[in-house]
Every structure is written in structure tokens, then in C-alpha cells.
Design a binder for this molecule. Structure first.
Ligand SMILES: Nc1ncnc2c1ncn2[C@@H]1O[C@H](COP(=O)(O)OP(=O)(O)OP(=O)(O)O)[C@@H](O)[C@H]1O
Ligand SMILES: [Mg+2]
Length: 272
């Protein structure tokens, strides 16, 4: 299976008056199509830094990122903007919708920027809104929608251009737990049915449980017990344990061999 996104030796050091901050240290990560990876870690651990680097929103101090065969970290500004537009969708904690535009207009924005044909745009916007269950709310502005609905618009906007990779930084951070769970279920469903590779940061244990794989970040580093085993032994998926912690990684022998197996186990857990 071809890799959707890959990072090697990703390192980001911030220099401030207080000294150097090692926000991301030598991170290797590979995410396959149809796989949802949750990045977990305490506040300040480096989740946003890592996601920004993976999405080409920030440049690493060292290390490389590839989207498919294209090295993101080797591109100039214009090519980077184009590759991002064509391959990446972003979902933000604060939704990031434009208040004066309707839900449909917000979703349409990336297609407009890409210069897509208007007829094609309308069909794709309608499809995206339908996928997130908001076909009947296309004309409403963000202020006329609930938080969960606003984030669904944010998700529709992120997927409307059919990205290979979805990056979501605490997408449910502003939602109550019930709404958060339904938004996360939607993300998981979209990722699996549309074969998107997703990297989602969250603190929420309920959401961590829905991941195909969990990586834990401490002080900018991937916690050693989790990442290498998950990356090397089970590229398809290694779901966290039922406690939702994903702590200390499931033993390699217990890891599912296929995503379908992972999904069915996850299903069993949710039913039980
Ligand atoms: N632009 C910057 N300049 C200096 N330091 C920064 C900058 N951005 C982030 N940092 C530092 O890098 C570290 C990681 O920050 P980051 O925002 O990635 O954490 P996080 O895991 O996303 O936290 P949270 O859960 O609170 O969002 C922190 O110590 C932070 O203060
Ligand atoms: Mg953050």
C-alpha cells in the first residue's frame, strides 16, 4: 500500500528570549490511506507543532515530510501552496469558518481558490454537505448553527477538494462530549470510506478509542513504547486498548493484521 504521508527526523526548535524550546524532536511517522492516527499528549507537548509541520504550515528546523511521492519540505512557496491545496484538508479547533458566508459558501471556498468550474463546485459542495449530514443547512451562516454543526461544516470544507491527507488539531476541543463523539465518528467514517489518511490531535479519551493508531508525544518526542512498534509491525492499524489510553502499546502479537480486523474489534468494543 502506498503511503499517504511520511515524516522523517522531524525536528522543530523555537528560539525565544527564554531560550530554545524543542517542540518537535526527531519524529518519524507514516500514515496510510484510510488510517486515522490520533496524536495525544499534554498541553505544550508539541501536538500542534507536529501537525503544522506535517501539513506544511510550518517549516522544520530539520527533517523531511512527503505527501505521496512529493517532498513537501523541498518545495518553494508557490508549489507548497498548490500541493497543500490539492492534497491536504485542515480542521481547526475553532472551526475557522467565515461568519458572513453561508455553510455552502464556506465549503466552496477551497474550490473557488483552486479555480474549479462553478458547476462542478456546486455538485461537490452539495456532496460534501450531504456527507456531513448538513444538506438541509446549506444556506445558514455559522452563527445560525450549533457548535457541532459548525465543525461539520469545517469538516465538509476540509474534504471537499478530496484531499489525500486530513489534519485536525483538537477538532472537538470546543464541543461537549456527546457532540465531540459524533463529530469524531463522522471523521472516522469519512477517513475509512474515502481512504483519507488522517492525523488528529486530542486530549479526549473517548476520541482516542476511535483511532486506528495512537501516538503519544512527550516534550516533542514520540513516546518510545508506542510509536516504533505501531509503525513497523502494524502499518495498517493498531488500535489502543479498551481503556482508551493506548498506554504501553498492545503487545505486537495482539495487534490486528488488517484494518478490517481492527475495525471489527473496535466495533465489538463499542457494542460491549
Ligand atoms: N511560535 C513559537 N515560538 C516559541 N515557542 C513555541 C511556538 N509555538 C509553540 N511553542 C512552544 O512549543 C511547545 C509545544 O507547543 P504546541 O503548541 O505544539 O503544544 P500542544 O501540544 O499543541 O499544546 P496544547 O495541547 O496546549 O495545544 C510549547 O512549549 C510551546 O510553548
Ligand atoms: Mg495545540
Amino acid at each position: 500500500m502506498s503511503t499517504a504521508i511520511r515524516a522523517e527526523g522531524l525536528t522543530r526548535t523555537f528560539r525565544s528570549a527564554a531560550g530554545e524550546v524543542h517542540a518537535c524532536v526527531d519524529v518519524d511517522l507514516t500514515v496510510n490511506p484510510g488510517e486515522l492516527v490520533v496524536v495525544r499528549g499534554a498541553s505544550g507537548a508539541g501536538k500542534t507543532t507536529l501537525l503544522n509541520l506535517l501539513g506544511g504550515l510550518d517549516q522544520p528546523t530539520s527533517g523531511r515530510v512527503w505527501i505521496g511521492d512529493v517532498e513537501l519540505t523541498a518545495l518553494g512557496e508557490d508549489d507548497l501552496a498548490r500541493i497543500r491545496r490539492e492534497n491536504l484538508g485542515f480542521v481547526f479547533q475553532s472551526f475557522g469558518l467565515i461568519p458572513v458566508l453561508s455553510a455552502a459558501e464556506n465549503v466552496e471556498l477551497p474550490l473557488r481558490i483552486a479555480g474549479d468550474d462553478p458547476t462542478d463546485r456546486n455538485a461537490r459542495v452539495a456532496e460534501a454537505l450531504h456527507l456531513v449530514g448538513l444538506a438541509d443547512h446549506a444556506a445558514q451562516r455559522p452563527g445560525e448553527l450549533s457548535g457541532g454543526q459548525q465543525q461539520r461544516v469545517g469538516i465538509a470544507r476540509a474534504i471537499v477538494a478530496r484531499p489525500r491527507v486530513l489534519i485536525a488539531d483538537e477538532p472537538t476541543g470546543q464541543l461537549d462530549s456527546r457532540t465531540a463523539a459524533s463529530v469524531m465518528d463522522l471523521l472516522v467514517d469519512l477517513v475509512h470510506t474515502r481512504q483519507i489518511a488522517a492525523i488528529v490531535s486530542t486530549h479526549d479519551p473517548l476520541l482516542v478509542r476511535r483511532a486506528d493508531r495512537v501516538i503519544e508525544i512527550h516534550d516533542g518526542r514520540v513516546a518510545p513504547a508506542l510509536a516504533p512498534a505501531a509503525d513497523v509491525a502494524t502499518p495498517a492499524a493498531a488500535p489502543p486498548d479498551a481503556a482508551g489510553a493506548g498506554s504501553a502499546a498492545a503487545p505486537a502479537a495482539a495487534a490486528p493484521r488488517t484494518r478490517a480486523e481492527a475495525r471489527s474489534r473496535r466495533g465489538a468494543r463499542m457494542d460491549g
